[in-house]
Design a protein around this ligand. Structure first.
Ligand SMILES: [Zn+2]
Length: 347
């Protein structure tokens, strides 16, 4: 992991001690170090931070002031100033001090997971970073198998809750925390949003419900996603539903197919395929068109074409889904999956 420049306790504080506000839920009376960010202070345990974070261990290896009246002390403890948001700091410090606070098996708000991921990356706490990654990949997986299991068990898995703009937040977080394995699928979900949302961003309520905030992407990201939208549309038509465009393979009894199995009623099946192509057209032309999440009603399709054509269609659809998954990173101008995963986990 790249080295980080972390301001240490001996940097001048912009906030005088009298203005500081104690955190309501990260304040251990018997703690022995104060972490300050902005005007919020947290009283925690130096040994716990140092044993889990090499960055904090290095910071604490610098001689600490012992004079409680000194400018860098508060509540008789040395004070370490950091420059992360109070919200991220709160989630991170709670997770590192309270084993029950962050459990990947349960639903957590995105802000909790994001805060823990940001600071566990910055302060090098591998076990917390891994937990946050495993949490995010339940909804933004990096394998087709996980994607299908997730989709089949419960759409959106509810591990982070779901709201419009979540995929955009994950794109931004993946860039910030060097997690490119999250990008293909989060960019995919962005690309199948309404074009206005991609262009203008979306406004959502904050966790406290009283303040709204804007979620937006950088322009280079928007450009790639909008171009990707067109590429996804093409892949849905060709990779996934290309079987509706192909002629029925005639059965061996027909003169054009001297060997193997095939369709015994090609004229009827081609009419059936054309009917389904017309039905699919509004979806294939819409903003939400993409090859990974569009469902097809095979039961009703089998009313219009023969069993052979249904089976052939399913095989082509399955192959098309696999192909679309493999091609997903290239749609968004990213490296192949194996490189993205290696770059994400090699930290
Ligand atoms: Zn047929």
């Amino acid at each position: 992991m790249a080295s980080l420049e972390i301001p240490t306790h001996d940097m001048p504080s912009l906030v005088t001690p009298t203005c500081l506000i104690r955190s309501q839920d990260v304040w251990y009376d018997d703690g022995n170090v104060i972490i300050q960010t902005g005007n919020i202070v947290f009283k925690v345990f130096r040994g716990i931070l140092a044993s889990n974070s090499t960055v904090f261990a290095d910071m604490f290896s610098v001689p600490q002031p012992t004079n409680a009246a000194g400018p860098d002390a508060y509540d008789s403890c040395p004070l370490v100033q950091i420059y992360d948001t109070p919200e991220d700091t709160r989630h991170f410090l709670k997770a590192i001090h309270d084993a029950g606070y962050y459990d990947v098996r349960t639903t957590s708000k995105f802000s909790v997971v994001a805060g823990i991921l940001r600071l566990s990356t910055k302060y090098q706490v591998p076990y917390l970073r891994k937990r946050a990654i495993s949490h995010l990949t339940t909804m933004f997986p990096s394998s087709l198998q996980d994607f299908q299991e997730n989709r089949n068990s419960s759409p959106y898995a509810a591990k982070l809750g779901h709201y419009t703009g979540l995929a955009m937040e994950v794109v931004n977080l993946a860039r910030e925390c060097r997690l490119p394995m999250l990008l293909p699928i989060s960019m995919y979900y962005c690309a199948v949003m309404r074009l206005e949302h991609i262009l203008d961003g979306v406004t959502v309520a904050n966790d406290d419900g009283t303040v709204t905030r804007k979620i937006d992407l950088d322009w280079p990201e928007k450009r790639v996603i909008i171009l990707g939208k067109r590429a996804l549309n093409f892949r849905a038509r060709t990779n996934l539903f290309g079987f509706l465009l192909t002629s029925a393979t005639p059965a061996p009894s027909l003169p054009t197919n001297p060997s193997g199995s095939g369709c015994a009623i090609p004229q009827r099946c081609e009419t059936g395929k054309l009917k389904w192509l017309r039905q699919m057209e509004p979806l294939l032309s819409g903003d939400k068109c993409g090859p990974l999440h569009m469902q097809f009603d095979w039961a009703r399709y089998s009313d219009d074409v023969c069993p052979y054509c249904v089976l052939e269609g399913k095989n082509k659809y399955r192959e098309g889904l696999k192909k679309s998954w493999e091609e997903l990173p290239s749609v968004f101008e990213l490296e192949p999956w194996d490189i993205l995963k290696a770059e994400s986990l090699d930290q």
